[in-house]
Design a protein around this ligand. Structure first.
Ligand SMILES: [Zn+2]
Length: 68
């Protein structure tokens, strides 16, 4: 029998070994892991990218209201 050659992948989320073939949630082991991973990506996308602010630029912004 060729069952030994069944391809297995590790779930990127929890590390469980799951068969590749017939796995509708691949590369994850389950719908749960897939959703958790998707949620992680979504939340990271929602995070506003932090702009690098120069300390000098910040000083300018703070002092800006002063009228010359
Ligand atoms: Zn998993």
């Amino acid at each position: 029998m060729d069952n030994n050659k069944e391809l297995k992948v590790r779930c990127p989320r929890c590390g469980n070994r799951v068969p590749w073939q017939g796995n509708q949630h691949r590369p994850f082991c389950s719908n749960h892991c897939r959703l958790v991973d998707l949620g992680r990506w979504a939340s990271e996308e929602y995070r506003i990218p932090e702009r690098k602010v120069d300390p000098e630029e910040l000083d300018n912004l703070i002092q800006f209201p002063e009228k010359h």
